[in-house]
Each structure stands twice: as C-alpha cells, then as structure tokens.
Design a protein around this ligand. Sequence first.
Ligand SMILES: C[S@@+](CC[C@H](N)C(=O)[O-])C[C@H]1O[C@@H](n2cnc3c(N)ncnc32)[C@H](O)[C@@H]1O
Length: 308
Amino acid sequence: MGKVKTIKAKETTNNGKNTQGLPFNTDFGQHILKNPGIVNAIVEKSAIKSSDTVLEVGPGTGNLTVKMLEQAKKLIAFELDPRMVSELKKRVLGTPVQTRLEVRQGDVMKQEWPEFDVCVANLPYQISSPFVFKLLLQRPLPRYAVLMFQKEFAERLLAKPGSKEYCRLSVNVQLLAKVEHLMKVKRTEFRPPPQVDSAVVRIAPRNPPPPLNFDEWEGMLRLCFMRKNKTILSIVRLSNVNDLLEENYRRVCRMKNKDIPEDLNFTELIEKALTESGFAEKRARSMKIDEFLQLLIIFNRIGVHFHV
Ligand SMILES: C[S@@+](CC[C@H](N)C(=O)[O-])C[C@H]1O[C@@H](n2cnc3c(N)ncnc32)[C@H](O)[C@@H]1O
C-alpha cells in the first residue's frame, strides 16, 4: 500500500473551496506545487498559443491546469489517481474553460497519446526516463515539452561531455532534442515536500529526427558507456565484447552472402579501424554526439554491428 499523508493545503484552493483533508499519496509522486509564483512562471515559459492542444501529465488538483486552460485551445490531461480526476473536474465545473479540458484517468505510460502541440507537466519522478523516450518517439512530434524533473535527472539530461553527469541518457536525449534549463525549484515549494530539489527543463525535439538506425545506435552507446572512463579500445578488447561483436560480424556476412576470410583476425580488424580513425584512445565520458555518430559509421563500414 502507498503512503498516504493527509495534509492541510490552503494552496490547493479550488474556486475558493480549499481541499483541506485530501490525502496525497507520495507513492504516486503526489507533490503539489504550492507557490502560485512558480505555477505562473512555468505557464509563462510554456508560451502556449491559443491554437495549441496541450498534453498535461499528472494534473493533480489542477494548479497548473487551470492556468493553462486560460491560454490553450484544448488541454488533455492523464491522471492516475481517480480522486484527483474528480477534484479537477469539480474545479472547472461551470467555468468558461470547462469544455476545453479532457481528463483521461490512467497510467500515462500505458495509454496511447493523442496528437498535441506542447506538453507541460510536473511529472511523477519515477516515470521520468521512460516518459522522455515515449515523448521523443511520439509522432507527429510535438513542438516542445516543459517538464519538471528531479534536479539530478535534469542535470543528466543537460550534461555536456566531460562533466560527471554525462551519460547515455544525455547523449540519447541531446541527439533527439534540444534541451534547455528553465529554472530551479526548491523542495520546499511542494506539499508535501519531496526529498530532493527539482528543475524545469524545456525539451524541443529535433524535427525531422536524425536519420539513424536507433537499435544500432543504442547498442553501440551501451557498449561505450559500459565503462565510460575506459578507452573505446580497452572496451572492445574485453573478451565478452570482442566475442559478441565477432559473432554479429559473422552473422551479417552470412546474411549478405559475403565471404569471411579464413584467416580473419577480428581483433586486429577492429583495432586497426579504431587506431586509424583516432578513436582507440577516446573515452565515452568526453565524446561529443558527432563523435559517437562518426564512430558508428566507422564500425559499420568494417562490418561491425550492434543489433543484428
Ligand atoms: C508531482 S504531482 C503534480 C501535481 C500538479 N500537477 C502540481 O504541479 O501541483 C504528480 C501527479 O501525477 C500523478 N501520477 C503519478 N503517476 C502517474 C502516471 N503514471 N500517469 C498519470 N498520472 C500519474 C499523481 O497522481 C499526481 O497527481
């Protein structure tokens, strides 16, 4: 069972009636933004146009929702908790914006998403990573998303090569989108306060997305970041990596009816390509996205594949 906290939350006032006593379930990531200044700043930075359909995730009691409804043509909100769904519906009942709001009850990760222009959400932190990837795989692509994340997660999204937060997530997201930091939000701005600070980030998908075989890309990145401080050469020399890549190489040759030289020295083939291209001594922790893209081309050119 989830932890249920009964709170006294004047800040969640709905049309003058406060929701004192509505129990918030922190296992659902229910940390409600209590500072109207922050709510307004998020809505302002979201720059919603009057022609926009907005997707909101986890509207909770609707503090962000009612502000966005003043600006959007339509707002579709996914909310897991049925109590919050009825709270929100009550809040807009009889107001001029009521018809612009559609609330869908359920887990946003298990639903098919409608088409939308902009996504704005104070996300439940436990879904951050899968949510970002679902967003970037959504078609048609939205213009952008303005999302609140745990501060450390936001730092990984924004991390640049060479920083300690730089990881596979940074590379993948920055390949597919332009990521921008909008503001920090202290834990004390929420009720109940979470154990961590937060940050609001704008993610604008690159449209069109880069033409790339993502399975191959992801396979190579996993390998490079297996030990992000080690050189690429030392990673491919690991016997399990070397064996796997050679197995893939042989399989692709068979699929393409390409002869495999009897005296093939696979280790030599791969090491020569890495040394000649200058990648042998590079380390994932400081490689730029362009370098990863180049590395994939080099591997593929000599017949080395990561997803067969
Ligand atoms: C951090 S609160 C945000 C509440 C409100 N938007 C605000 O800013 O004050 C997260 C909300 O997401 C809802 N939620 C949690 N997991 C969800 C999921 N998988 N799908 C949809 N909503 C979810 C929670 O019930 C909660 O209302």
